[in-house]
Ligand binder design. Structure first.
Ligand code: UDX
Length: 454
């Protein structure tokens, strides 16, 4: 039987959840507070405009399709959403505050407003999808102490770029709740999802579910830190990280998240690692436990600048007179998201050393990038429409993001367009053989450099 659900927050998490529910035959009301974004979504859904507020595979097409099928509507009216639903999914942002703690005020505000609207006897489900620290469900429960509300912790495990697919075909659904009827209702709600993916339903208490989300991300982040340490070693003593990681990864226990990079970024890993550290500290964790996490954070920060260090080794610390091309502004391929991307740290550091930069990204917008960059003076940055334009008359190229269109640049093109073909490959996506016996110099993360000394 189709259910009636409200989803609060139409970012990529909420939108993916809303579309996945609608595609599964349910009626979904998407609630978005930002009226500009709300109108934009509505106009897009109605075919009145063709650009979408974010780049995320299939979300645009499916929004229109589910809207037209009348299974998905949008509103900024919480009362309407509460009165026409049996469960509410919370997918509002929980950005990091200065001290590493996640900002929860929006979540609590929605809980408070919902409690004010909801009929006291009506059975209702509050489902937290946003990433929130352990103990949050307990605080939310307090807002509903006079109601008949099941408070569920149901973290999302989707990655940007594959958000809808990850939601439609979950490898597991983690549900934290106190009451059996709530667990039963959630099992029922997700049964068609898990049937599709043959995934697991993991029922547990709220705190365990809350920790599961952080633990999953911190362990994946730790993999990347270890991969980058290994890649840095391979570069110095000889060896090729790409070969090493495959050799390591044949053991199924460590088969993924071992590609070297200029550190992890995005809206989840950095924030969640910081919040995890904060939670450990609050819980009185041992100094050594804290030191492990601190070392991860510090290694990741340093990793973002390894190409800059190789560049200053090559050109010296004064980069005035130097023009540097940058291919890729997003934190990974497949998204328009530039939050905590390596390009931010790289560009700031280059500008600090006096360089000019020419940047190109297939999906990031200039507005969003400049907002995340937060520099007052962006005059040393030139935004280019093509990757070729971004390397024309440059003294070096840095590749922070692994967009597939960057992987076959053509040695002749590089030599023809660049003033000095010095390539810094932050993802080891180029074939090193391309550069042997050429005018170019090639630096990567996990292989020894090829430096043209002629
Ligand atoms: C992540 C988790 O994967 C997802 O389960 C969680 O719900 C949200 O956080 P996302 O931030 O979209 O998703 O990106 P992900 O693909 O996990 O990559 C995170 C960062 O790690 C990126 O900067 C990526 O480039 C980097 N990375 C990933 C590596 O450096 N090496 C790898 O092998 C994998």
């Amino acid at each position: 039987m189709p259910g009636n659900y409200a989803v609060i927050g139409m970012g990529f998490v909420g939108l993916s959840q809303a579309i996945a529910l609608a595609k599964s035959g349910h009626n979904v009301i998407g609630v978005e507070n930002d009226t500009q974004k709300l109108r934009w979504l509505e106009n897009y859904a109605q075919g009145k405009r063709d650009d979408f507020p974010l780049y995320e595979k299939d979300l645009d097409v499916e929004t229109r399709e589910q809207f037209r099928a009348r299974r998905l509507t949008f509103t900024n009216n919480l009362e309407h959403a509460v009165n026409n639903s049996e469960a509410m999914f919370i997918a509002v942002g929980t950005p990091s505050l200065g001290n590493g703690k996640a900002k929860l005020s929006i979540v609590y505000q929605v809980a408070n407003n919902t409690a004010g609207i909801l009929n006291k006897n009506q059975p209702y489900l509050w489902v937290t999808k946003s990433t929130v620290p352990p103990g949050t469900a307990e605080i939310i429960r307090d807002f509903f102490k006079d109601h008949n509300v099941g408070v569920v912790s149901n973290p999302e495990f989707m990655a940007e770029g594959t958000a809808l697919k990850d939601t439609m075909y979950p490898d597991r659904v983690v549900v934290g709740a106190q009451e059996d009827w709530v667990i039963t209702a959630m099992r029922q709600l997700y049964s068609s999802f898990l049937a599709r993916s043959a995934g697991h339903f993991r029922a547990m208490d709220n705190v365990s579910a809350e920790i599961t989300k952080y633990q999953a991300n911190v362990q994946l982040a730790a993999n990347i830190v270890m991969a980058n340490i290994g890649a840095n070693l391979a570069r110095v003593v000889g060896g090729d990280w790409e070969k090493i990681r495959l050799g390591v990864g044949d053991d199924i226990r460590q088969s993924r998240f071992n590609k070297c990079s200029l550190g992890f970024g995005g809206s989840c890993f950095p924030k969640d690692v910081r919040q995890y550290r904060h939670t450990l500290e609050q819980a009185g964790a041992s100094p050594l436990d804290l030191a492990v996490i601190d070392a991860m954070i510090a290694q990741n920060k340093e990793q973002k600048l390894v190409m800059n260090h190789y560049m200053t080794d090559y050109y010296g610390h004064d980069l005035t007179e130097k023009v540097i091309g940058i291919w890729g502004l997003t934190f990974k391929a497949g998204t328009s998201d530039t939050r905590e991307s390596s390009a931010l740290a790289i560009i700031k550091d280059l500008i600090r050393h006096g360089a000019e930069v020419k940047v190109y990204d297939p999906k990031a917008t200039r507005e969003e990038f400049e907002e995340t960059l937060g520099l007052e003076d962006t005059s040393p940055i030139t935004y280019c429409d093509t990757k070729e334009e971004a390397i024309k008359d440059t003294h070096a190229l840095i590749i922070p993001t692994e967009w597939s269109e960057f992987s076959n640049p053509g040695i002749q093109t590089l030599q023809d367009l660049m003033t000095n073909p010095v390539i810094f490959d932050g993802r080891d996506i180029l074939d090193i053989e391309l550069f042997r016996n050429t005018e170019a110099s090639y630096f990567s993360v996990g292989r020894q450099p090829l430096i043209n000394t002629t």
